[in-house]
Design a protein around this ligand. Structure first.
Ligand SMILES: CC(C)(COP(=O)(O)OP(=O)(O)OC[C@H]1O[C@@H](n2cnc3c(N)ncnc32)[C@H](O)[C@@H]1OP(=O)(O)O)[C@@H](O)C(=O)NCCC(=O)NCCSC(=O)C[C@H](O)C(=O)O
Ligand code: MG
Length: 287
């Protein structure tokens, strides 16, 4: 799925701690489809002010190839006002607001810049449809660490069943976002030294309907881009399906078969969407 604040895909969104200037500089050359400069949970209270200045400098310096969002501290914290002002005045592509629990919070921060609402509390999940409906909200990001903590679930204890304790919430976020034409982005995978686990979680996220994945380490970018992107083979299959579909339509048919399987209008739409994503992916630098 493509990015509402730009034209590219949003297969991967990389969190970068605002208090790590080296990581911020490194992020410029990485192939994530968007970068989130984080002022919230990755930054200790005593480093908040310095992190805000680092992020301000990085934004004002410019030269970013992809949208750069700022995750501000939450409403009601001592830092939220200064974070928000800095992000808006320094040219951030959008804001990420943590722990959004209702539509009012999203309205409050909807200031003409795309807003990405994090759903990471039980109330946030229950109110996700109203939050997604706020016009300035571009998408919903799942915060599975905070959510698991708040729900007292243990997703890791269910490795074989793949996030079973969170499945209801994950699907609720996808449903809410999709119902309002917004983008759902899957949660981070904490173990940066477990590529197999990460790939498997990406596959699950894609199957659930997420448009992409939030990531925390450079090594997670390429696998996320692959999992949420379109392969050359898939693009070829989409072209072949569309050929069969168009030929059927020219004969006045609205149902055809391709490789023995039913093809209707929604399958043709899906194939067109895949080709759009494929073409957008071709504009990105090679992995
Ligand atoms: C997870 C990490 C702490 C791992 O750090 P470390 O072991 O030091 O990583 P490496 O030594 O493998 O790093 C290799 C090089 O890559 C750079 N690097 C690492 N991470 C990033 C990054 N995110 N962006 C850019 N560059 C990065 C290092 O600087 C090394 O470079 P070099 O020095 O040139 O060799 C660490 O990866 C990290 O801090 N990740 C981000 C953590 C974060 O942002 N957390 C907050 C967002 S997630 C969240 O809050 C969850 C959500 O809210 C929820 O509730 O679930
Ligand atoms: Mg969180």
């Amino acid at each position: 799925m493509t990015n509402p604040s730009g034209s590219g895909p949003l297969r991967s969104m990389l969190y970068v701690p605002g208090d790590k200037p080296r990581a911020i500089e490194k992020a410029r050359a990485l192939n994530a489809d968007a970068v989130i400069l984080d002022l919230e949970d990755a930054v200790a209270p005593e480093h908040k002010a310095q992190a805000r200045e680092n992020v301000r400098s990085a934004l004002l310096a410019g030269g970013w190839r992809v949208p750069v969002l700022v995750r501000v501290n939450g409403l009601g914290t001592p830092w939220e006002h200064d974070d928000r002002e800095m992000a808006l005045l320094s040219g951030a592509s959008g804001l990420v607001l943590p722990k959004v629990e209702d539509a009012c919070a999203a309205h409050e921060l909807s200031l003409g810049r795309p807003l990405w609402a994090m759903i990471e509390t039980p109330l946030g999940v229950l109110n996700a449809p109203a939050i997604a409906a706020v016009p300035g909200v571009a998408g919903l990001l799942v915060g599975a660490n905070d959510l698991a903590r708040a729900l007292r679930t243990r997703p890791q204890a269910h490795e074989q069943s793949q996030r079973l304790p969170l499945l209801y919430a994950l699907s609720a976020v996808v449903l809410a976002a999709r119902a309002h034409g917004k983008l759902p982005l899957d949660a981070v995978f904490n173990d940066v030294r477990d590529p197999a686990g990460f790939a498997s979680e990406c596959e699950q996220g894609r199957a659930l309907g997420f448009a992409g994945k939030t990531v925390i380490h450079p090594d997670q970018i390429a696998p996320a881009n692959a999992a949420f992107g379109v392969t050359a083979e898939q693009a070829q299959q989409a072209c072949a399906l569309l050929e069969v579909w168009e030929a059927g339509r020219a004969e006045g048919r609205s149902v055809v078969t391709h490789g023995g399987a039913l093809v209707e209008g929604m399958h043709a739409d899906e194939a067109r969407e895949m080709l759009t994503l494929w073409e957008a992916g071709q504009d990105q630098p090679a992995e």
